[in-house]
Design a protein. Structure first.
Lengths: 519, 517
């Protein structure tokens, strides 16, 4: 299954990767801010961990890049919002074809079978379903005032909703609902209007795409997609419906039986039985700041930053007693990230300026605190689990060496997960986007205002810098390949493609002009 | 034997037909003959502005007047095979319909008004093959590679001289079959001013304001296959400047006036790519041997080499900015007509170059047919030098550039060299140099580096090839004088007096009366 991950860090850091892991996919295809770690304003200001132990600075993201391209194994689809078009770039020929879609297309997603691209047109309140090969288009109307789209893994179902965390759709006047959403069968073209909880925050699908879960602060709406007319059932997830805590993070068990929901400020997580639609609360210690499933889906792990503990639940039997692991007493840990081979996990915080991380050996249970050159802005394990990529904050820990070359500078580290040797790299600007090749051999990132593509060779932990023609906006990897693409600043569109195996860079500029070609 | 020279003709060849001198309608104030002659294989054709005629001049047959059915020629363009000449011109008609009106004077006496009808005629072998009425503004011609078709269009660069009669449609291009003379108008967008044909002449690439069009030529319908926009903003006027095709004909490379953007138009996949050059280019050349394009910049000391696979650019820094490129099949000779004295022989494969330093700045460079030598006409320059250097700086000159040994030899000229040309059948490489205000044509033995004069009957102003290996020299003589030179023997045959034809006429007859129209 193709999985696209977008990790956004800090105010503007956005990382993109194509891999089978590293990789939490929010159903709308945008960055799952909840599953990634970032420093927020508190961290940036150097606030000490003790200052926020009670409710704490969040480890969540602030934002994610809009208008991300979508890829198949041979095409990249780029939305041209201002011109109401979508451009399809073929790889490796770099042929560009542009088709008109609806008004103000906002997001494009490709289906897992690489056969279709689904475009949500915010201005015209419709979806355009494009045949990836022929570019034949089908238009399906949706409700007005919606601003986000989620696509099921099988590509059949699209849920278009009004994301409370998103800006409005720019419409004005008329009566607006904050509970209604559109459910669209992108194959048959059927549209269904449903009412869910107030101001949805996230839409997620079960692995088999049989159910869609719509999260709002008070309710979890479970939509059965297996029936002719999708059926919505609503579950109360907040104990205090008058002042519900913000829902922050949801994970669904691989078999679709349970949903684990983390809410801000709660010392427990909500466990929802998706068959019985019952809700139970599982105590987790103080201030849980991260919730993750292990790569094999067997364990749900909650990081309780306030009590410095890990709560490990058996996903098949979540009601059983969790394993509680005490974390190193002097460490502040708020996030967890597993290696894809399920042998270890990284424990760290992005909410404070801490220049350490802790490795957790899943077989022995051993916890080892390891040094870093600087505090952490984001952590990513490569798709094959061979290396750890850490992007560091510009700010330094309070005990940092002020004479260090890294002091007050942006930096990143590549760390081998076999012997933990590391390559710390000084950066001239803030990294803004990052992606890995599927095979885990290569990584790519770009920096703010720097016309370079940085290529990471995870085999030898080496870095190569490739000059670009203009400043990058976004970097990604073509599905299932090592072929990187870099979207760049140019009024008429510019994409560069880099093959790390042949070290060849190709650039196309002005492809938006193709929308004006008359045949 | 005195041999006049032909500078204007060579200058015409250098700057293109669109830069011809202004040629007004015939009148007593007009010159008797236009020294921008056109040398075809059969004869030399000379416009006679004062009499409104076209003279055909041949070294042994003498001269005759071509019957243009009253058309007064204003512009001549030779066909690529030099077998024909396209004649732009006009003739007057009287607005008053009266069988008694036979002359211009009759028309004026009967309160009529004279109007000019513009026409283009194809002349071959001294006779009109075909003629067709056209709008007045057409002032340029592009030819297919096989020379069977011509496209008549407006050259935008001479905008101040665009002639409009009534209401003119500036969006049209006229395709002319050069066998039959048949003309087909095609609407191609506003101000189409450059037209290029692909290698097999199946497509025409037309540059017009803000867009580039591809017209198919095989069906005879002249359909527009694709229209490439150069901007999506109507407020942004992108004016294409030059166009070239890659050797395989797949891509059209379009430079833009005052912009460093090179538009790469994929004619097969019909898509657009923009490549950023180092600056706004002054010259562009496509080299078929190296399959690369070369760009130079009058204001930037570098040359860009563009490969045609990934369209990546290699920028080679130079000591001085260059403005001109001569392609040498895998190499390029770069020089500047902007007062620079460097010249570079650039290898397109290795991107290395040899630098040459000319004694004075060149104004023109001509390659020998075998591309082993080049001749540069150099001009005086202001300098602070003294002695011999100062004298040299103040002199006109000709510089021999050995393209094989990468060396150059400067020669001083007594006056401005108006034109240079290589002879093709001499035992040793030989060049002709035409000097201003001189009755001597200099013959340079490029192997021995010696010069010998050939005496002309009158000072020469132009030089062009004629026949297989000969030359025609345009002399500065009031009633017309052309000298035909056989460089192998040094023999010169002169033909003169053709400009006297028709200048003593009284009343001016209307060439085509109402009933003939």
């Amino acid at each position: 299954m193709r999985r696209l991950t977008v990790l956004t860090l800090g105010l503007s850091l956005a990382f993109v990767a194509c891999s089978d892991y590293n990789a939490y996919e929010r159903a709308d295809g945008a960055a799952d801010a909840w599953d990634t770690a970032s420093s927020d304003d508190t961290a940036a200001s150097g606030e000490s961990p003790d200052d926020d132990e009670d409710d704490g600075a969040s480890e969540r993201e602030d934002d994610f890049i809009k208008l991300l391209p979508a890829t198949t194994n041979q095409y990249i689809f780029v939305v041209n919002s201002a011109r109401d078009t979508v451009s399809r770039v073929s790889v490796p020929s770099l042929q560009v074809l542009t088709v008109e879609v609806g008004s103000r297309p906002k997001v494009v997603r490709t289906t897992a079978d690489n056969e279709r691209a689904i475009v949500f047109n915010e201005g015209s309140d419709d979806l355009t379903v494009l045949d990836a090969e022929t570019l034949n288009a089908t238009t399906i109307d949706v409700l007005p005032y919606l601003n986000a789209m989620a696509l099921s893994d099988d590509g059949v179902w699209a849920v278009v909703y009004r994301d409370a965390d998103e800006e409005g759709d720019g419409s004005s006047g008329g009566a607006q609902s904050f509970n209604e959403l559109s459910i669209v069968n992108t194959v048959t073209g059927e549209h269904f209007s449903e009412v869910v909880g107030f101001k949805p925050r996230q839409v997620k699908f079960t692995g088999d795409s049989s159910r869609a879960l719509v999260v709002s602060d008070e309710y979890l709406s479970v939509i059965d997609l297996t029936v002719d007319d999708p059926d919505v059932q609503v579950v109360e997830i907040a104990e205090d419906l008058l002042d519900p805590p913000p829902a922050e993070e949801i994970e669904v068990s691989p078999d679709g039986a349970y949903a684990f929901l983390r809410q801000f400020g709660e010392d427990s997580i909500a466990l929802i039985d998706l068959d019985t639609l019952t809700v139970d609360r599982l105590p987790t210690g103080q201030n849980p700041t991260d919730l993750d499933l292990s790569p094999d889906g067997a364990r749900a792990v909650v990081v309780s930053r306030g009590s410095n503990e890990l709560y490990v639940f058996d996903v098949e039997n979540p009601y059983g007693d969790p394993e509680v692991i005490a974390l190193p007493v002097d460490e502040l840990i708020g996030s967890v990230q597993f290696s894809p081979d399920n042998t270890k996990a990284m424990l760290y915080t992005t909410a404070a300026l801490v220049s350490h991380y802790t490795t957790w050996d899943l077989s022995s249970g051993e916890l080892t605190v390891r040094p870093l050159i600087k505090p952490i802005q984001s952590v990513n394990v490569t798709p094959d689990g061979g290396a750890l990529v850490v992007f560091h904050t510009e700010a330094d820990a309070t005990d940092a060496d002020t004479t260090s070359e890294f002091y007050g500078e942006w930096a990143m580290s590549m760390i081998s997960l076999s012997d933990f040797r590391r390559n710390a790299i000084l950066l001239s600007a803030e990294p803004t986007a990052y992606a890995d090749s599927l095979d885990g051999r290569w990584g790519f990132f770009v920096m703010e205002g720097k016309p370079f593509l940085e290529v990471l060779d995870y085999e030898n932990l080496g870095l190569t810098e490739i000059k670009l023609r203009s400043n990058p906006v976004h970097v990604g990897v073509l599905t299932g390949t090592s072929y990187a693409y870099v979207n760049q600043d140019h009024e008429l569109g510019r994409l560069s493609f880099y093959d790390p195996d042949s070290a060849v860079l190709e650039t196309i500029t002005g492809f938006e002009l193709n929308s004006g070609i008359e045949h | 034997m005195r041999i006049p020279s032909m500078t204007l003709l060579l200058a015409l060849g250098a700057c293109g037909f669109e830069r011809l001198p202004d040629q007004s309608d015939h009148s007593v104030d007009a010159p008797r003959w236009d020294k921008a002659v056109v040398a075809l294989n059969d004869a030399v054709y000379v416009m006679l502005p004062q009499s409104g005629g076209l003279a055909r001049v041949h070294p042994t047959e003498g001269w005759s007047i071509v019957d243009l059915n009253g058309l007064t020629p204003s512009r001549l363009v030779a066909t690529p095979d030099r077998e024909g000449v396209i004649v732009f011109g006009s003739y007057p008609v009287c607005t008053e319909i009266d069988p008694k009106i036979k002359t211009v004077e009759d028309c004026e006496e009967r309160d009529g008004e004279l109007e000019l009808v513009h026409e283009v005629a194809l002349v071959r072998g001294g006779a009109v093959v075909s003629a067709a009425e056209i709008a007045a503004h057409f002032n340029a011609v592009s030819f297919t590679n096989d020379g069977t078709q011509a496209a008549l269009h407006l050259n935008y660069d001479s905008g101040a001289d665009i002639e409009v009669t009534g209401v003119s449609d500036l969006t049209q291009v006229l395709f002319m079959d050069l066998d039959s003379g048949a003309i087909t108008p095609v609407a191609v967008g506003f101000a189409a001013d450059r037209i290029l044909f692909n290698a097999d002449d199946s497509k025409a690439v037309v540059l017009s304001r803000g867009e580039v069009l591809v017209i198919e030529l095989t069906s005879g319908n002249y359909d527009i296959e694709v229209r490439f926009p150069l901007s999506l903003d109507v407020d942004v006027q992108v004016r294409p400047q030059d166009v070239a095709l890659t050797p395989d004909g797949t891509y059209a490379l379009v430079t833009v006036a005052g912009d460093d953007s090179l538009y790469v138009l994929d004619l097969e996949q019909e898509s657009i790519n923009i490549v950023a050059l180092s600056s706004a280019p002054t010259a562009m050349v496509v080299d078929a041997v190296a399959d690369r394009s070369i760009f130079v910049y009058s204001g930037f000391a570098a040359v860009d080499i563009l490969e045609h696979d990934l369209f990546e650019i290699q920028t080679v820094p130079l000591d001085e900015p260059m403005s001109e490129i001569q392609s040498l099949a895998g190499e390029a000779l770069l020089y500047s007509t902007y007062g620079r004295k460097d010249a570079y022989l650039l290898s397109l494969d290795t991107e290395d170059y040899d630098e040459l330093r000319l004694e004075n700045p060149p104004s023109e460079v001509v390659l020998s047919p075998d591309e082993t030598l080049a001749l540069a006409i150099t001009r005086p320059e202001v300098s602070g030098a003294s002695g011999l250097d100062a004298w040299y700086d103040a002199s006109w000159g000709v510089e021999i550039i050995d393209l094989v040994d990468r060396e150059n030899l400067p020669l001083v000229a007594e006056s401005e060299p108006l034109a240079v040309a290589f002879t093709t059948d001499a035992a040793t490489p030989t060049a002709l140099v035409l000097l201003a205000d001189s009755t001597d044509l200099m013959q340079l033995d490029l192997a021995r580096r010696t010069a010998s004069p050939v005496e002309l009957e009158a000072p020469a102003v132009g030089l062009d090839r004629f026949g297989d290996a000969g030359f025609v020299i345009v002399n500065d003589a009031p009633l017309g004088l052309l000298s035909f030179l056989d460089p192998a023997t040094g023999e010169i045959i002169t033909v003169g007096g053709f400009a006297a034809a028709g200048i003593l006429q009284g009343e001016r007859p209307l060439p085509r009366l109402a009933e003939e129209e």
